[in-house]
Design a binder for this molecule. Structure first.
Ligand code: F6R
Length: 357
């Protein structure tokens, strides 16, 4: 039930701090350490390469998860769009393990890949919100999101829960492989949950940003580098699916290779900067679009902020930054859709789970 909330989407956005806290509990043992079923970790540990397969928002979570796993566990990870992988399977490594990320566990495109993977005899792990779903039943292993039912068509809390589970998988795998982590993931996820709460309390400010940048525009660009690029892809998907504003996410460095031709006077460009290593580069990209008339909205992380920024998210572990930087993007999309009188929870032409290929 959505209770006093006008929309499920807003309720589900607000649930995110709780979802992360619950997730930590679900994956903790009695000593407070993060654990994953031994069978799963052994299977993942044996793989020489991981293949993440997913669609839409879950694919965007996969892009971030791959970075977490590569950085912490030092295992190569490929991320694939399910509907493409199905027809264009790359040459696989000797010992691949497949990770299907799917909120519903029912996405037909992902299932079609799982069927092929099983025929080839490779191990598969499903990361899903729905116990007993098709992808969960047909894979060898399942990790649950524990996010509670997600009703709004636009995925929000499932995305952050997917990132949470993938970060736990990355950390537990890293330790199983003998790599010592330089941070305490339980503590850092707790900091994330607190930061999420702060962001969920910044609705008025984010509604103003939506009004200022998106109330009349026909299009909008999201730019970022590394982690921020992946979050930008998700921000663009959220915005287009519920507000029908044409939105695209780009890697900051790719702009000059074509997309910058689309920048006109007043075009909103939402730039995300949470990664110290690329902060200057992305700010350079902002200057390039501003010189062509863009209306820049910079969302940065505390510690990297400057006076020109429109919104600043609290500091968290850089590897976990997508869990927090996505929240202003979700809320900006929500308010942009609201201001345009769109049906937020049931956008046109879309279904909650896509059970056709
Ligand atoms: C976007 C959205 C979709 C889904 C995609 C995959 O907000 O919800 O892009 O992420 O259809 O769905 P699942 O995760 O159920 O496989």
């Amino acid at each position: 039930e959505k209770g006093t909330y006008p929309h499920y989407m807003l309720k589900e956005i607000d649930e995110q701090p709780l979802v992360i806290r619950k997730l930590i509990q679900k994956y903790q043992n009695e000593n407070g350490e993060l654990v994953i079923d031994e069978d799963i970790i052994n299977a993942v540990k044996q793989a020489d390469r991981l293949y993440i397969v997913a669609a839409g928002t879950s694919y965007h979570a996969g892009l971030v998860g791959a970075q977490m796993i590569e950085k912490l566990a030092k295992v190569p990870v490929e991320v694939h769009v399910a509907s493409e992988f199905n027809y264009n399977m790359p040459i696989l490594s000797e010992k691949p393990l497949f990770i299907f990320i799917s909120q519903s566990g029912e996405t037909a495109d992902s299932r079609a890949v799982l069927v092929q993977v099983k025929e080839l005899g490779h191990p598969a792990l499903t990361v899903t919100n729905v116990q007993g779903s098709t992808l969960s039943r047909e894979a060898d292993y399942t990790l649950l999101l524990h996010a509670g039912p997600e009703i709004a068509v636009a995925s929000t809390k499932a995305y952050t829960a997917q990132l949470g589970v993938l970060s736990i998988l990355a950390a537990v795998l890293a330790e199983a492989k003998g790599h010592t982590l330089e941070f305490d993931l339980v503590q850092d996820l707790g900091i994330v949950a607190n930061a999420m709460e702060v962001l969920c309390n910044a609705k008025e400010e984010l509604e103003d940003i939506a009004r200022k940048f998106l109330s009349t525009t026909r299009n909008c660009f999201f730019i970022g580098r590394t982690m921020d690029y992946y979050v930008g892809l998700e921000g663009a998907l959220k915005l287009k699916e519920i507000s029908y504003i044409q939105a695209e996410g780009f890697a900051g460095g790719e702009l000059k290779h074509g997309t910058i031709a689309l920048i006109e006077d007043g075009t909103p460009v939402i730039a995300i900067s949470t990664q110290e290593q690329v902060d200057l580069s992305i700010r350079g990209n902002v200057k390039e679009v501003v010189a062509r008339g863009a209306n820049p909205c910079i969302i940065s992380m505390k510690g990297l902020e400057t006076e020109e920024d429109s919104f600043v998210v609290p500091t968290v572990n850089e590897l976990l930054s997508p869990l927090v930087s996505v929240i202003p993007l979700q809320l900006i999309s929500y308010y942009a859709a609201l201001h345009r009188d769109c049906d937020v929870d049931k956008p046109r032409n879309l279904a909650k789970s896509v059970t056709v290929e």
